[in-house]
Design a binder for this molecule. Structure first.
Ligand SMILES: Cc1ncc(COP(=O)(O)O)c(C=O)c1O
Length: 389
């Protein structure tokens, strides 16, 4: 028995929760936030901040830099220099600002698909062209199609690649070799690499991720890396993150654009929550990782025993299970709709994540175990009845 109680049933209805804005009786297991209260250490810190009663403009204190530097040093064996760090209200704001500054309209941005759907929005909304490099999916495993990637990076109109590590939605932690290969291809082709590492702290208990920031100077000097405590500590609504940009010229550009876009100033809770997470949240996080791991084992067992033919991608990181439902359909959008309509279980169709996603479902397992049981039973019911249509 751990110190923290992740079995506690939380009620998020009526809290303006995006995830829980669903009909009575529905069970949302879609968007990437968790049904757990954040660490009590963070709640205490925020309570103290509230009691102060004044919510004026804030500076970024020295302790904010130290918190990031120490966490990455201690947990991820990665050196971050203070001057590399820039505050940003979120990872997606960072991506969008970087796209605006490091490319011009109509230039190409390369992504490895299937991938987090907001990457598409950030590129498209800024008038850039999306080049989807679909990952190879063979024998239940993904790999990068380097010939295709090189072809797309070498196009004269390609200026940026966005890379997700760990990769949402496939749950993969990319190894050092892969990071170096992708980084080198970008460098060789004059393409800037934006790396989204927001899921890096939610790894399986026996897994560690390799940060892009830990690679050679030459490679990191061509990159913009977005990091944040918000996914791991379930506080996306606080809107706080950091950007690591080792090269001073690129850093200046990214900093200017974040500033121009007015996403460079912290709200009254951003700093307090970040400090509490990185300085006091370690035990909570490790217990959370274990709990999610057990949820995953339970899900694998249930699906293995009850849903023949459906396979699950090994989950190195994230709490988002990626289910191969190709034995049932090549249109996961229809299947997801059917499951929601017949059982109330709301999960994400793989088709939201672009090329290669349409034979998959994504299911968020970061919830108390009894809720997960309910979700898995609904999943079975929905899938079993799909064949009857
Ligand atoms: C890969 C990835 N990047 C970014 C985000 C969102 O980041 P933020 O809320 O800091 O904009 C998410 C949220 O699900 C995500 O999965």
């Amino acid at each position: 028995m751990g110190k923290y109680n992740f079995d506690k049933i939380t009620d998020r209805r009526g809290t303006n929760s995006l995830k829980w804005n669903v009909a009575e009786g529905e069970l949302p297991m879609w968007v990437a936030d968790m049904d757990f209260e954040t660490a009590p250490e963070i709640i205490d810190a925020l309570n103290k901040r509230v009691v102060n009663g004044i919510f004026g403009y804030e500076d970024i204190p020295e302790s904010w830099y130290e918190a990031y530097i120490n966490w990455w040093g201690r947990r991820h064996n990665t050196v971050i220099k203070k001057e590399w760090l820039i505050y940003s209200a979120g990872v997606i704001p960072t991506l969008s600002s970087s796209i605006r500054k490091l490319s011009t309209p109509a230039e190409n941005v390369v992504i490895l698909t299937p991938v987090y759907n907001m990457f598409y929005n950030s590129i498209r909304n800024n008038g850039r062209n999306i080049l989807e490099c679909e990952m190879k999916y063979e024998d239940g495993d993904y790999s990068i199609d380097y010939d295709d990637l090189e072809d797309k990076l070498s196009k004269p109109q390609t200026s940026i690649m966005i890379f997700c590590n760990p990769h949402n939605p496939i749950g993969r932690i990319w190894d050092k070799d892969t990071l170096e290969k992708v980084g080198q291809l970008c460098l060789d082709n004059g393409v800037k690499l934006i790396v989204d590492e927001i899921h890096c702290d939610i790894t399986a208990p026996d897994k560690e991720y390799v940060s892009y920031i830990s690679l050679s100077d030459e490679l990191i000097n061509n990159a913009v890396v977005a990091i944040s405590p918000t996914k791991a500590f379930n506080m996306a609504g606080i809107q706080t993150s950091a950007v690591v940009v080792p090269d001073r010229f690129i850093r200046h550009k990214v900093w200017r654009q974040i500033n121009t876009d007015e996403v460079g100033e912290p709200n009254s809770f951003a700093i307090a929550a970040t400090l509490a997470a990185f300085n006091e949240g370690e035990c909570w996080l490790d217990e959370l990782r274990e709990y999610i791991y057990q949820n995953r084992l339970m899900s694998e067992k249930y699906i293995g025993e009850n849903l023949e033919g459906i396979s699950i991608m090994p989950l190195d990181a994230t709490y988002l299970m990626w289910l191969d439902v190709s034995c049932i359909t090549s249109d996961s959008g229809q299947l997801a709709k059917h499951i929601r309509k017949t059982t109330g279980l709301y999960l994400s169709a793989g088709s939201h994540y672009g090329k290669g996603g349409d034979r998959f479902l994504r299911i968020n397992i970061a919830c108390p175990r009894t809720r997960l049981e309910d979700g898995l039973e609904r999943l079975k019911k929905g899938i079993d009845s799909y064949g009857d249509l």
